[in-house]
Design a protein around this ligand. Structure first.
Ligand SMILES: *[C@@H]1O[C@H](CO)[C@@H](O)[C@H](O)[C@H]1NC(C)=O
Ligand SMILES: *[C@@H]1O[C@H](CO)[C@@H](O)[C@H](O)[C@H]1NC(C)=O
Length: 581
């Protein structure tokens, strides 16, 4: 999966507004459709057979308690009843996820209601409106053939002029290319219009499409609305489904597009680095539009150029390590290796001129730019000595994590997070047990303010605090070059954390022993120096443990014993002696 790349950060800032719909919402009415309506109730038993018998089904996965499901139900029923009369080939169905939990899991249902369009076993997300007319309209369109065949000039002109997204034309279809086109159209009908043009119209089309000479062999063209002088062509005998799909995906990306909720997925799933121009007035974007288009054309396949409306998605600047307060701005995000580059905003407080952008792009392409690393300052020697927890920042993060001889246990936190604050004292105690801030520590207990330091994490951070153990000599994650961490999901109590360090760290360091030794050693200092009687017994208590992990425990115990009295040390040595007898 490439999806880790646009992890929480990037998505959150672009999408925070849309994701609200999964909450419970308004709560009147009944989410379960009237059994006398045309909505079919499906269960685990009936689901498969129903899809086999009905070629086009809109299925609603819901929960009876969910407010938005209640809101949808009457509209869904109305659409089902009307379609039952006018288009009996289209069926609407409901699956109650509180009853058929497993069925919903199998279909990856994460929120209610989720609607999916099924054609047999193949399904796609329903992305249409949620009122009756809109649902009917969407489903009727879905029932039409995926390919529109056109054989007269007026119809062709009209169809082409209606398009608001890139569309695909098939010319000189033979049986093989017809098959390919039909299959790709079936899968892609939601995103593009597929038009098969009768060869009698080749001449007329040739007058409109000015940059391509239309010949006689099977050809597919992708055309952006109103850009008939820049059609993209793919032809040849080897045209198969995958090649056509890849062609459509690549060529649908405009030279200079707008990134918003409709298009972010297209851009984010493309491995091509993304160059952003943030604007807060459309005139700013429009003034550079043609120049950006030319730049996009020049760097096609190497760099995608987008405009971003900062009045809506300005916070996305933070993800790019830029200041969202200074707009316009220009920045490049290379998601493949999580590097960000930006034009200095202090030098260009009113936004960069285009020649500055052009130069910057040129330097990016030739690898001359230095990425911006967002980082707090490195902790000073005094800070290091005073803080038992090893403080990670952007500048030392890799150095510390790349020392694979140690178990490194990292707490990723945000300063505003309450659970993080609550955990802080326990985390310090944990660090103290392993003496993490001392030379020679085997277990590094560390933390990092993830909002102030832009660092790679091999897994997606879904909330704060996130606790990850990077085990010594662990397997390396290809993308980040860091070890693949083990997440901690237990109770955030000291004992549980100690257990985790022992079981998930590769060195198996047993903090209970160290802790016990330290407690004992500490206790001993507090006690009367002359009170010798109690000591051996206490040591006896931990003897079993010590035996088990003799070497490590001794080492740790010795470290812990630094503060302890001579007597405590001697007791440990006695214990070692016993061990050998
Ligand atoms: C759906 O249509 C069929 C006839 O095509 C009819 O028998 C049935 O009663 C209709 N169902 C509803 C709920 O309107
Ligand atoms: C392919 O599709 C075109 C256009 O729809 C049609 O004219 C042609 O007869 C088809 N060719 C074959 C071999 O099916």
């Amino acid at each position: 999966m490439q999806f880790w790349r646009f992890s929480t950060n990037a998505l959150a800032t672009l999408l925070s507004v849309v994701s609200l719909a999964s909450a419970s919402g308004p709560a009147d009415g009944n989410a379960i459709a009237d059994p006398n309506s045309a909505v079919v109730k499906l269960t685990t038993e009936t689901f498969k057979e129903f899809l086999e018998e009905n070629p086009l089904v809109l299925a609603e996965f819901f929960a009876p308690w969910c407010g938005y499901c209640k809101l949808l139900a009457p509209e869904f029923v109305k659409a089902a009843d009307t379609l039952n009369d006018s288009h009996p080939n289209i069926k609407l169905a409901q699956i109650d996820c509180t009853e058929d939990e497993k069925l919903c899991q199998e279909h990856g249902i994460r929120g209610y209601p989720t609607m999916k369009v099924f054609r047999g076993e193949i399904s796609e997300d329903y992305e249409g409106p949620r009122e009756a007319d809109g649902i009917m309209d969407y489903m009727i369109r879905a029932s039409l053939p995926a390919v529109s065949h056109v054989d007269n000039e007026d119809a062709l002109k009209e169809l082409i002029s209606e398009q608001s997204k890139p569309f695909i034309l098939q010319l000189n279809g033979d049986s093989k290319s017809n098959e390919t086109f039909n299959e790709v159209a079936q899968q892609g009908r939601k995103d593009n219009t597929f038009i098969s043009v009768d060869s009698s119209l080749n001449k007329a089309l040739g007058k409109k499409i000015t940059n391509i000479k239309i010949g006689k062999k099977p050809t597919f063209l992708l055309v952006h609305p109103d850009q008939f002088d820049d059609a993209r062509e793919i032809s040849g005998d080897k045209l198969d489904v995958d090649a056509l799909k890849a062609f459509i995906k690549d060529e649908s990306i405009p030279y200079f597009g707008e990134i918003d909720r409709d298009t972010y997925l297209m851009y984010m799933t493309s491995p091509t680095p993304l160059a952003y121009y943030f604007y807060d007035k459309p005139e700013q974007r429009d003034a550079f539009k043609e120049k950006f288009e030319a730049l996009g054309k020049k760097h096609k396949g190497k760099l995608n150029f987008v405009a971003l409306d900062a009045t809506q998605f300005g916070r996305h600047a933070e993800v790019l390590n830029m200041d969202p307060e200074i707009i316009p701005l220009f920045a490049i995000q290379d998601s493949e290796n999580n590097k960000k580059y930006g034009i200095d905003q202090v030098q260009h407080p009113k936004g960069p001129k285009f020649d500055v952008i052009e130069k910057f792009v040129k330097d990016f392409v030739s690898g001359k730019l230095t990425p911006i690393v967002k980082s707090e300052e490195l902790p000073s020697a005094e800070e290091k000595a005073a803080n038992p927890v090893v403080k990670l920042v952007g500048h030392n993060y890799r150095d510390i994590l790349e020392d694979t001889s140690k178990d490194v246990f990292v707490k990723y936190y945000a300063p505003w997070c309450g659970h993080c604050k609550k955990l802080a004292p326990t985390w310090e105690e944990l660090a103290e047990i392993y003496q993490s801030n001392k030379d020679g520590a085997e277990v590094i207990v560390a933390d990092i303010d993830h909002t102030a330091n832009d660092v790679d994490v091999p897994v997606e951070i879904e909330g704060y605090p996130t606790l990850l153990m990077y085990p010594a000599n662990g397997e390396i994650d290809e993308k980040t070059g860091l070890r693949i961490p083990v997440p901690f999901n237990g109770n955030r109590e000291l004992d549980d954390l100690i257990d985790f360090v022992k079981s998930s760290g590769a060195l198996g360091v047993d903090g209970t022993v160290t802790k016990q030794e330290r407690d004992d050693a500490g206790a001993d200092i507090l006690e009367d120096e002359d009170d010798e009687a109690e000591l051996p017994e206490e040591v006896e208590d931990v003897k079993d443990e010590v035996n088990k992990k003799a070497k490590k425990a001794k080492k740790e115990a010795k470290k812990a014993g630094k503060k302890a009295s001579k007597k405590a040390k001697k007791a440990v040595e006695d214990d070692e002696a016993n061990d050998e007898l």
